[in-house]
Design a protein around this ligand. Sequence first.
Ligand code: ZN
Ligand code: ZN
Length: 266
Amino acid sequence: MTITRMKTKVLIMSLLMGTMALILAGSVRAQPFEFHVEHDHRLGHCRGTLVIGPETIQYRTPHRKHERIWRYTDIKRIEIRSPRIIHIVTYESRGKLWSANRRFEFKLRDEDITAAVSDFLLRRVTRPLVLSVLPTIERQPTFVIPAKHRHRRGGCEGVLKVYPDALVFASQNPKHTRYWRYQDIQQIGRLGPYQFEVATYEHQVGGPDRVFHFELKERLDDPIYDYLWVRVNRTKYYPYEPEQPVRATPTSGVVRLSTRRRVSRR
Ligand SMILES: [Zn+2]
Ligand SMILES: [Zn+2]
């Protein structure tokens, strides 16, 4: 009797908790993100509110000519260029004389873009994203390689982190931090074990899409490169499970890699 009553209590409690979790999840999903922004006009700007919602992104402004509502399918690319800069690349033509797509550049006036916004965009957007604000990452990276990002002049230092579903460059310069799902990468390449490149879909003024060149401070051995390659180039010839950490191959590299994984967990 007592056991039955306890079982009923547990059942009711778990039902209640489940319902609450559903309500909470629903309210989180429905909550749009709102930011006070400046829309950059090159010469001057207009001000308004950028609303990132579940179905659309809206720019509300008293400057009526620049008011917009975009469905996600109307947006070619969302670029979080820094914690305060967000670009929306649309399919709208820049004008009668231009073939290029119109880009709306917004600067956040009083708060930073948060990990929650990145989490939301990663769930919502299937097209390539540019993300300099890291989302919530719960797992440990499979591999960690300290690296310098080479610029045309100088560079910035940081760490490349390889996850089963993403590649991260965590830079000391927040503008150059990137979170790439493997679908956000066009191709990877390397010149020997200390030079690594990531070709992205990110726009570059007056040039082809942006390529990140890295000088590696530790070797990028074949098993790590393979691990990345099969994720960027999904082919039937390289079947893998997304959660599979690394294929056990009888090379000395695997021993080194497992040591490195332990180091990265500290
Ligand atoms: Zn404007
Ligand atoms: Zn950099």
